[in-house]
Every structure is written in structure tokens, then in C-alpha cells.
Design a protein around this ligand. Structure first.
Ligand SMILES: [Zn+2]
Length: 117
């Protein structure tokens, strides 16, 4: 496995972002946040884009209802953070293919002053 390059957001009083709860690597910006998503097995915040994560090979994608999902892992510590929507039904209004769903309990937040739950 090659060297892992990590992205860091500006950690200043003017910024807010989400971090991996386990290792505190920077994961997502609030401006990428789309909506809260709740659906039986799936629940969390939907983001258009996230940083410092990876998915496994396409063979390990799984179908849940009309959606194809790929598990999303932290590039730094390997913790499971949520899923990426690989395919969704064309009439699926809740999410868009390529979006990420991150579980709130897997994240912390930099609120401009400190890191909080
Ligand atoms: Zn991590």
C-alpha cells in the first residue's frame, strides 16, 4: 500500500468541520453537508464530498433496497465512518449517487474554538 496523503482544513476561529472521532483527522466541511438521512439501516448526515476516506473494491459493494453502497473508511486509522452511494434508483429523492453518508457517532466537530462531540 502506498503512502497515504492526508488533507487538512484550516483550523481557525473562522472555520468549522468534522473530524474522525477515533484519530481526529479532518473529514468534512459543513458547506458539503446536504441533509440528515434516516432509513432503517442507514442514518447519518449526507455530504456531497468528504476528505481523507477510501472505499473498498467494487466487488465489496452491497445492495440495500434500491441502492448500491460502498463502505467508507478513514484513511488515517481505518475506522468505518459510513457509506458512499454508488448507485441509487433514478427516482430516489433522498440521495444522489456519489454522495456520502457519515454516521454522527463516528465524528467530532471543530466548532471554531474547540473539538466537541
Ligand atoms: Zn480516523
Amino acid at each position: 500500500m502506498g503512502r497515504v496523503y492526508l488533507t487538512y482544513f484550516d483550523q481557525t476561529p473562522d472555520t468549522q468541520f468534522y473530524l474522525c472521532r477515533a484519530c481526529q483527522v479532518h473529514i468534512a466541511l459543513p458547506q458539503e453537508f446536504v441533509d440528515i438521512f434516516i432509513d432503517n439501516e442507514l442514518a447519518g448526515g449526507v455530504f456531497r464530498n468528504v476528505a481523507n476516506v477510501h472505499t473498498l473494491s467494487p466487488e465489496q459493494d452491497r445492495r440495500v433496497g434500491d441502492r448500491t453502497l460502498s463502505d467508507v473508511y478513514c484513511n488515517s486509522c481505518g475506522n468505518l465512518l459510513g457509506v458512499k452511494f454508488i448507485e441509487v434508483a433514478s427516482d430516489d429523492e433522498a440521495v444522489t449517487a456519489g454522495y456520502f453518508l457519515l454516521r454522527r457517532e463516528k465524528l467530532k466537530k471543530w466548532n471554531g474554538q474547540e473539538i466537541v462531540d
